[in-house]
Design a protein around this ligand. Structure first.
Ligand SMILES: C[S@@+](CC[C@H](N)C(=O)[O-])C[C@H]1O[C@@H](n2cnc3c(N)ncnc32)[C@H](O)[C@@H]1O
Ligand code: SF4
Length: 388
């Protein structure tokens, strides 16, 4: 089964935050003392990109980039001039498709006046705000550095600067949150008229302050009731759910994240960033990730020490990896994509597919891979059925 190279995107990790939030297990580091070397970091990002392009040669050569995502950490700690310099560097090295989606994650507590104009001028055309909640008491418990009013003002200021494409991240099932509290957060998000809402259930992640000292969280049944009520509220306001946690107005689905969920390719540069590349010549799906600690990543300055690990994904693991992404999509994917993106024949997953359909987890459609409502609720079990 020949592998066909899917669309290529670029993920860029910015590892610093003003302060580490107690629930967060992202590769993010609170700034203590002197400011981080932001300008040096941009130079090292470009050196990392150069080295990846050299290493992967023909697998990336002349492939157009469909989207760029600055994730964190808190990318909005970087001044617009640095984002501009970086994006110019990318354009010199890789062709970008016309109108490529370029997203920058933003903490509402970090945006000084004028920054949004600068990011827009640099080419950023989508902002993603980490809002989490519009309840000041909840924001305090989450260790956030902004109030609800400041978050609303930041979003309005981005809209005034001319951004037509804005995502708001909300979390639900917060400490001692009620159903009405979760719905009130969604209502305030909708009132700001973003184009996209990401609605995540707060999870206790290992090695976080919350895991060490867990706050009282709503139980699973209450969390599910919040998810269902908020999904309906968002649908009524014109935000269709297209992934477990993602809701968008028509034509505003996130191009970058859709590429992950469809098992597309992406280069990952920056501390701890992950990349995935289809190397059609040798029929392999290759993964590479970068060393996590910003200090070590900076010290590597684009040489081989920047690589935390890499290698082809074992054939036995490909069905699970594929499902881990594709089954998150509410509409699923054409079944034929499985063979195109993994290089494996459909027969390889036929018994697991049949079993999942019999349990009512997958829609009974021979041409599509798509979960039922029951499958969405028990998504982890469904995906595990594809473990070799
Ligand atoms: C990298 S952060 C976004 C930008 C910025 N760092 C901020 O927090 O404002 C990505 C998003 O992941 C979500 N998130 C982080 N930790 C989470 C957790 N433990 N459970 C659920 N969602 C989480 C939050 O909604 C957060 O906005
Ligand atoms: S949630 Fe965002 S701001 Fe908080 S520590 Fe994680 S990446 Fe940083």
């Amino acid at each position: 089964m020949p592998l066909i190279a899917p669309p290529l995107s670029l993920y860029v990790h910015m590892p610093w935050c003003v302060k580490k939030c107690p629930y967060c297990d992202f590769n993010s580091h609170g700034v203590k003392g002197a400011p981080p070397p932001y300008a040096d970091y941009v130079d090292v990002l470009l050196a990392d990109l150069d080295a990846d392009l050299r290493d992967f040669g023909a697998a990336v050569h002349a492939r157009a980039v469909h989207s760029i995502f600055f994730g964190g950490g808190t990318p909005s700690l970087f001044a617009p001039e640095l984002i501009d310099r970086f994006l110019d560097g990318v354009r010199e090295r890789l062709p970008l498709i016309e109108g490529a989606e370029i997203t920058l994650e933003t903490n509402p507590g970090t945006v000084e006046h004028g920054r949004f104009d600068g990011y827009l001028a640099a080419g950023v055309n989508r902002l993603s705000f980490g809002i989490q909640s519009f309840d000041d008491d909840k924001l305090r418990r989450l260790g956030r550095i902004h109030s609800a009013k400041e978050a609303e003002a930041a979003v309005k200021s981005a809209q005034d600067a001319g951004y037509a494409n804005i995502n708001l991240d909300l979390m639900y099932a917060l400490p001692q949150q009620t159903l009405a509290g979760a719905q009130s957060d969604v209502a305030r998000a909708i009132a700001l008229q973003p184009t996209h809402v990401s609605h995540y259930q707060l999870t206790l992640e290992p090695n976080t302050a919350f895991a060490a000292n867990p706050p009282p969280l709503p139980d699973d049944d209450h969390a599910w009731a919040m998810q269902e009520a908020c999904e309906q509220q968002l649908a009524e306001a014109g935000y269709g759910q297209y992934e477990i946690s993602a809701y968008a107005q028509a034509d505003r689905r996130c191009v970058h994240n859709l590429n992950y969920w469809r098992f597309g390719d992406y280069l990952g540069i920056g501390a701890g960033a992950h990349g995935k590349l289809t190397v059609a010549e040798n029929g392999a799906v290759h993964r590479r990730w970068k060393t996590r600690l910003p200090k070590a990543y900076l010290a590597a300055a684009g040489d081989a020490a920047r690589i935390g690990g890499d290698g082809p994904v074992a054939v036995d693991e490909l069905p699970f990896e594929y499902m881990l992404n594709a089954l998150r999509l509410i509409d699923g994917v054409p079944l034929a994509d499985f063979a195109e993106r993994t290089g494996l024949p459909i027969e390889r997953i036929a018994p697991a597919l049949e079993a999942a359909r019999q349990r009512g987890w997958l829609v009974d459609d021979a041409a599509r891979l798509q979960t039922t409502a029951l499958g969405q609720r028990f998504l982890n079990d469904v995906i595990s059925a594809f473990l070799d």
